[in-house]
Design a protein around this ligand. Structure first.
Ligand code: NAD
Length: 257
């Protein structure tokens, strides 16, 4: 029997929005387990992105580059994937991670709030996946991993747009898994609970909300970014060849309650 490996040696992984938070940790993890990595940042944060790419390359000895991406602009997506293939030869794994948060009660959400959240997460993930899938189809293989959220399967206060976008990503994952199976592309999602990153700093700063969150997590704490690494490396590796259309909840037990 050929034992599958949890490593990703020789693969090229593209992680969007990886200058900080979960994206940075997942890029570090994928490089640590053997992949060359392309990270992206928005144009105004390219200096940070370049520093992070150098840091990961220094830690792991892998090739790591940073390219600009502004979601959901289709021209920007096309330029990213064209440059990624020119510079790295191929894209084996896409991690749709880039995202934003606008935490407001439903009655206060404006059209602009709604659009930025839905456009960045749902439209952005879909059109990045579509563009990358065109490369993966030529290669007859690929992995797409959507960073959804536990908020794609449950609701929470001040998250009308965010929960809608993440629920969309969970079901989009199923559709793409079904349609692209014939091309050897597995499409999965990860649904993290609340994790300590720049995105959640404002939420955690309010002790009432923080204590409410903790009370809903059976493991009794929020997550740390490195706790995403096991899930993303598993879904990128040959250990998960039969897994597709699935959302892997990394939620400390929140949704088990
Ligand atoms: N932190 C959490 O608790 C948590 C929980 C569940 C899911 N998530 C999801 O994980 C992902 C990463 O979040 P994070 O907490 O690491 O946040 P973060 O703010 O540290 O990182 C977000 C990244 O996305 C980039 N980005 C923002 N808008 C963009 C745009 N329009 N185009 C391209 N890039 C853009 C940012 O520059 C940054 O690099 C998001 O999709 C978020 O919804 C986070």
């Amino acid at each position: 029997m050929n034992m599958p490996t949890m490593r990703v040696d020789g693969k090229v992984c593209l992680v969007t929005g990886a200058g900080s938070g979960l994206g940075k940790a997942m890029a570090q993890g994928l490089a640590h387990f053997g992949a060359d990595v392309i990270i992206t940042e928005i144009p105004s944060k390219m200096e940070l992105g370049q520093q992070v790419a150098q840091e990961i390359a220094g830690e792991t000895g892998k090739k790591v580059i940073c390219l600009p991406l502004s979601l959901p602009d289709l021209t920007s997506i096309d330029q990213l994937v064209t440059s990624a293939v020119e510079q790295m030869g191929r894209v084996d794994v896409l991690v749709n991670n880039a995202g934003v948060q606008v935490a407001k009660y439903a009655l206060d959400v404006t059209e602009a709030d709604w659009d930025i959240v839905l456009d960045t997460h749902l439209k952005g993930s879909f059109f990045t996946s579509q563009r990358v899938a065109r490369e993966m189809i030529k290669q007859k293989s690929g992995r797409i991993i959507n960073i959804a959220s536990q908020n794609g399967v449950i609701g929470y206060y001040k998250r009308a747009a965010y929960c809608s976008a993440k629920a969309g990503m969970v079901n989009l994952t199923r559709v793409l898994a079904i349609e692209w199976a014939e091309y050897g592309i597995n499409v999965n999602a990860i649904g993290p609970t609340f994790i300590r990153t720049p995105l959640t700093e404002p939420t955690f700063a309010d002790p009432k909300i923080y204590n409410d969150l903790i009370s809903r997590i059976p493991l009794g704490r929020v997550g740390e970014p490195e706790e995403m690494i096991g899930a993303v490396v598993f879904l990128a590796s040959d250990a998960s060849t039969l897994v597709t259309g699935h959302t892997l909840l990394v939620d400390g037990g929140w949704t088990a309650m």
